[in-house]
Write a protein that binds this ligand. Structure first.
Ligand code: ADP
Ligand code: MG
Length: 513
């Protein structure tokens, strides 16, 4: 279809320009909250009806405006935040373009009530001021946006459903609230009281157990077992502004290493402080992705900070000592070689006392109690043996498993793990196995291997499938072996190996029971 070319009338041009800043209710809420923060508000109340499509109301207790500014702020490129291009370098406010209010007011029924001591009410219809009058209000500002896009039917048609729209508004409010825990926020009936960063995160996203404290980076990450299949649990801020950066997401994921699976994403809230000259300043209001000048430097900085979180000191604040249990039975059955190997430098004594083995759990005494999940411990030890050590011990009798010709290549791949094997007449013959992989259990291990999964998953699934009742000695031997691992805290898929129970925890458990 071809139509005649016509020049657009001025109001339409303004509305199209507004489209850059004002895409939907969520983007309006973002602009208005940022204005409230810039005005030094301690409390910001957000109310929306129909996901913001019918009403958005933002009430703050910030500095407010006098009558003159209340009118000026509605004009395009009217801002109190910068006066020259140089000011952009030292920007401390969220806004600076002086566009948001003008844009919002041009596409909705708009009302501003603001007071810096003396209150003014301004009403705008389709971009035109229709009322300016004194009113009653405490210091602060209320902005009301009704019937969004009533005068831009084309945009109105493309709005999301009310539910999706509300979800987007919630995400924006929560994202900003996380970066400003000292400010009270509310969204409809939900309230966030002023609190610490940790508590604000816990309230909005659930507990993020581990604090990140590095050079120019701080925040919290959730334990690996809370990783998600999507990236929605990742909140990243640069100089307190929410941004999106695949580079940093990747640095965090790499630092999690084998604690999470390939297709899961760690949950984090991270704040980076970066010199404005280090990032490509992107002044587009909606674009959240940034580029760094020194990408590899930023990558390392993030990776290092996260790796430190999971460094062994987390559980063991003092150097651990280590003493072999004085029993022989366990080693014969479970880990003959590695146990006797003197290559590892362990002259320390484990101070924990094993108290009991209950099914797959070992109960250990140390500053309260430690519950060790022996299947998780086994998976960690086996994984590290297969991946890092690649040593194996000859079997007394070679093990044979019938396999199909198609499986041969995959089967021989076992050698990359230090498992000595060969193919003989449609059989896989295994001559030597690593410690922690018993001959009797090998067929089960092979069944996992054959499916072509990754080794972290194979090790974990295999160990979970062995329903062992461990003895105290076996359990303790494994627990000692875990102490030698690169990662003593999680199994290869990120499930915790041990959990401490303090006296307080016990008291809680007691009263709940
Ligand atoms: P910008 O934030 O980029 O300056 P806006 O159009 O969002 O542009 O706001 C224009 C001006 O109106 C701001 O510079 C500020 O002086 C004033 N203003 C807006 N909202 C508030 C508020 N909630 N409290 C006090 N002043 C405000
Ligand atoms: Mg603004």
């Amino acid at each position: 279809m071809c139509a005649k070319i016509l020049k657009l009338p001025e109001p339409v041009i303004n509305q199209i320009a507004a489209g850059e800043v004002v895409e939907n209710p969520a983007s309006i809420v973002k602009e208005l909250i940022e204005n409230s923060l810039d005005a030094g508000a301690n409390r910001i109340d957000v109310e929306v009806v129909a996901g913001g499509q019918e009403l958005i109301r933002i009430i703050d207790d910030g500095c407010g405006m006098d009558r003159e500014d209340a009118l000026l702020c509605l004009e395009r490129h009217a801002t109190s935040k910068i006066q020259s291009v140089d000011d952009l370098q030292e920007l401390s406010t969220m806004g600076f373009r002086g566009e948001a209010l003008a844009a919002i007011a041009s596409v909705a029924h708009f009302e501003l009530k603001t007071s810096d001591g003396k209150a003014t009410r301004v009403q705008v219809e389709g971009g035109k001021v229709v009322t300016v009058e004194p009113c009653a209000r405490n210091r602060g500002t209320t902005v009301e946006v009704r019937s969004l896009f009533y005068n831009v039917p084309a945009r109105k048609k493309f709005q999301k459903s009310k539910t999706a729209s509300f979800a987007a508004v919630s995400r924006i409010v929560e994202t900003i609230a996380i970066a400003h825990p000292e400010v009270a926020f509310s969204l409809n009936e939900k309230n966030f009281a002023p609190s610490s960063l940790k508590d604000r995160i816990a309230e909005i996203l659930g507990e993020h157990e581990h604090e990140v404290k590095g050079e120019r980076i701080h925040g919290f990450v959730a334990s690996p077992d809370k990783a998600m299949a999507m990236r929605t649990g990742q909140y990243l801020y640069i100089n307190r502004r929410p941004i999106f950066s695949p580079l940093i997401a990747k640095a965090v994921k790499e630092a999690f290493g084998t604690r999470i699976g390939e297709h899961s994403y760690p949950r984090f809230v991270l704040f980076l402080e970066v010199e404005p000259s280090e990032v490509d300043v992107n002044v587009h209001p909606q674009k959240r992705e940034v580029r760094f000048r020194d990408e590899s430097g930023i990558f390392r900085l993030v990776q290092k900070a996260i790796e430190e979180v999971f460094a062994p000191k987390m559980i063991f604040s003092e150097p651990i000592s280590f003493e072999m249990p004085q029993s022989a039975s366990f080693s014969e059955q479970l880990l003959p070689m590695a146990y006797k190997a003197e290559t590892k430098e362990f002259d320390w004594i484990i101070q924990e006392k094993p108290l009991a083995a209950i099914g797959k759990y070992l109960l250990v005494q140390r500053d309260g109690l430690f519950l060790v999940d022996l299947q998780a411990a086994h998976a960690r030890v086996l994984f590290e043996t297969l991946v890092f050590e690649k040593t194996s011990q000859a079997l007394l009798w070679p093990l044979e498993i019938p396999i199909s010709p198609e499986e041969e290549e995959r089967a021989l791949g076992l050698e990359s793990l230090g498992i000595e094997c060969r193919i003989l007449k449609k059989r896989l013959v295994v001559d030597a196995l690593p410690s922690f992989l018993e001959a009797a259990d090998f067929p089960q291990f092979y069944a996992e291997w054959r499916e072509g999964k990754k080794i972290d998953e194979i090790a974990t699934r295999f160990c979970r499938s062995l329903r062992k009742n461990w003895s105290i000695d076996q359990g303790m031997a494994l627990w000692i072996e875990v102490q030698k691992c690169k990662d003593r805290i999680y199994d290869p898929l990120g499930n915790p190996i041990s959990k401490q129970m303090t006296e307080e925890d016990l008291a809680k458990w007691m009263t709940r029971a």
